[in-house]
Design a protein around this ligand. Structure first.
Ligand code: NAD
Length: 258
């Protein structure tokens, strides 16, 4: 089958499915200028992931200071980023009533800038847009804490209880958010069509989601620039960039629907 035919087949599947779950990773946002983790130039080719674990964050003031330094760099990049064609395509799927939910490993909030509604998006690795107190769970707007950091604080603490503040993202070694994780696995198991975009599918337990979907009878499509760990079990594997690929798929969806 030619590449265009494959895109048409994905479009047909989207139109024919009653429950489509889209599952995305860092590759969805590289075209918005946010590097992924593992590609050349990615975040972990410049920083040592071993240093930025949750356990280190809890263990020492120096580790927390470095965590916030890296966090500020990532947040500045994310804040100025705009959604790309892939984010817009997924938002269009929602508007057309073709999206059961979007499960995202991304922490950049670009889905909301693109127009997806919070009820349809499950952020399983958290978000940079908020900061949480690890003791009393008080939630702060990220910009409020950024202002404190810009004013010279190195390791911010909770105004109410003095507990440690941490970006509301899931660090290596940190437990996943229970409600979001359970919901993601429930939706994956119920999916008729499960589309993975821009993820190497190596980070667990998230990488288990396509397997759960497939085991429960979903049609599994993978769109990614490089090979993924689930290619062997997928019904369709499409090698391409997320933006132009999703743009084409939505063109076919619109054409087929009209
Ligand atoms: P990953 O870095 O392991 O994999 C990214 C995949 O995307 C790679 O296989 C790469 O080939 C592919 N890719 C890169 N650019 C692409 C493009 N334009 N089109 C199609 N494919 C492209 O990322 P992951 O699987 O999401 O797992 C790593 C973790 O990184 C996740 O937990 C996520 O939370 C975190 N992360 C998030 C962001 C973000 O929020 N934007 C950025 C970096 C890392």
């Amino acid at each position: 089958m030619g590449k265009e035919e494959v895109l048409k087949q994905i479009a047909e599947k989207i139109l024919g499915s009653r429950r489509t779950v889209v599952f995305v990773g860092a590759g969805l946002s590289t075209e918005s200028g946010i590097p992924d983790f593992r590609s050349p130039g990615g975040i972990w080719t410049r920083f040592d992931p071993e240093e930025f674990t949750y356990q280190n964050f809890l263990a020492s003031e120096r580790a927390r200071e470095k965590y916030w330094q890296l966090g500020r760099e990532i947040y500045a990049l994310i804040k100025s980023a705009l959604p790309n064609a892939a984010h817009l395509a997924i938002a269009e799927m929602e508007k057309m009533g073709l999206l059961d939910c979007l499960i995202t490993q991304n922490i950049d909030g670009l889905h909301f800038k693109a127009g997806n509604s919070p009820e349809r998006v499950i952020e399983i690795h958290g978000t940079v847009m908020y900061v949480l107190c690890l003791t009393c769970a008080k939630r702060y707007e990220r910009d409020e804490i950024e202002a404190r950091l810009a004013a010279g604080e190195k390791v911010p603490r909770c105004n109410d209880c003095g507990g440690l503040l941490k970006p509301a993202t899931v660090a290596f070694g940190q437990p996943m958010p229970e409600r979001e994780t359970a919901e993601a696995f429930r939706r994956a198991a119920a999916a008729e069509l499960f589309i993975c975009i821009g993820s190497s599918l190596v980070v667990h337990p998230a990488a288990q989601l396509p397997v759960v979907a497939k085991d429960n009878g979903a049609f599994l499509a993978i769109i990614n620039r490089d090979a993924t760990t689930c290619d062997a079990i997928a019904d369709i594997v499409y090698r391409g960039l997320a933006g132009p690929t999703m743009e084409k798929i939505m063109e076919h969806v619109r054409e087929m629907r009209s």
